[in-house]
Design a protein around this ligand. Structure first.
Ligand SMILES: NC(=O)c1ccc[n+]([C@@H]2O[C@H](COP(=O)([O-])OP(=O)(O)OC[C@H]3O[C@@H](n4cnc5c(N)ncnc54)[C@H](OP(=O)(O)O)[C@@H]3O)[C@@H](O)[C@H]2O)c1
Length: 263
């Protein structure tokens, strides 16, 4: 049985991957992973490929072992793995609980690594892995500090693993979007007075995901970046010392509130 696995499939970009992936890969089932089982069940009505909801809390280590057992039982041929589960918290570290900081590391970094490791034995040459990363991977980001650090981990892990996997004929790519209109923002703000206030442009999840899938299947890139302004920013932060990049980011946050695109 050929399958695709998508974590974070209950909303946002993960859900978009479930909706769009059949344009690039033919599978018998899509395994949709997230905590909200109802939202995963609803995916069955939205795509022609059978969807198997796999309700798991990926902040819990036992979930990795439960998923490994499921793979062992079904022995699928995994054609595509998308790790899209993740969340961020905005604001001063003093306003973010230690529990939330640890959960960001657990979900964004540890779960992504663990889901990749348990799935890899079920992947053959020609299969693909997409890791949902972020523009914040390329620079330190005060007031999105821990979130950005988890995404820097993902970028480094993903690019190096892509090289390691070359000999096995498996391709791994990071996807590094700027701001995207999803439920992400409803989880990110701690208070109305967040230090993070300036969102220059917000992209649509369906467009970012379409670019990610095209780059994964039609190019040899190890990073996918949607939108010229985001690409240009990535280019600039490689040239400018990061202390200046952080100065610019902090001065942007002091500008008049610009979050009109947020839901
Ligand atoms: N939106 C942006 O501006 C933006 C920009 C760059 C990168 N990203 C990254 O894109 C990825 C997807 O985010 P999104 O924007 O699509 O946000 P989203 O709509 O909030 O989606 C997050 C997904 O992660 C799942 N999730 C959260 N906690 C989980 C847990 N403990 N166990 C299992 N699944 C969990 C959620 O499902 P349940 O709640 O049902 O568990 C949901 O399906 C994240 O890694 C995020 O960091 C987002």
């Amino acid at each position: 049985m050929n399958i695709a696995i998508v974590t974070g499939a209950s909303s946002g970009m993960g859900k978009e991957f479930v909706l769009q992936l059949s344009q690039y890969v033919k599978v018998d089932e899509i395994w949709a992973v997230a905590r909200r089982e109802n939202a995963l069940e609803q995916l069955k009505n939205l795509v022609s490929v059978p969807v198997r909801p796999v309700p798991l809390d990926l902040c819990k280590e036992e979930s990795f072992y439960a998923f490994a057992k499921l793979l062992e039982k079904e022995k699928p041929d995994v054609k595509l793995l998308v790790n899209a589960a993740g969340f961020g918290k905005f604001g001063s570290f003093e306003n973010i609980s230690l529990e939330d900081e640890c959960r960001m590391v657990d979900l964004n970094a540890k779960a992504l690594l663990a889901m990749t490791r348990v799935t890899l034995p079920y992947m053959q040459p020609g299969s693909h892995i997409l890791q949902l990363d972020s523009l914040s991977a390329f620079q330190p980001v005060p007031y999105i500090t821990t979130y950005g650090a988890t995404k820097a981990f993902v970028l480094s892990y993903c690019r190096a693993m892509n090289r390691e996997l070359k000999g096995r004929g498996i391709r791994m790519m990071a996807m590094n979007p700027g701001w995207v209109k999803t439920e992400f923002f409803s989880h990110a703000f701690q208070t109305n007075q967040s230090e993070v206030q300036y969102f220059d442009r917000l992209y649509e999840a369906k467009d970012v995901v379409a670019t990610g899938l095209k780059d994964l299947y039609k190019t040899k890139k190890d990073m996918s970046i949607h939108g010229f302004p985001v690409k240009f920013q990535v280019f600039l932060v490689k040239l400018v010392p990061h202390r200046f990049v952080m100065d610019i980011w902090l001065s942007q946050q002091k500008k008049a509130k610009n979050n009109k695109g947020l839901a």
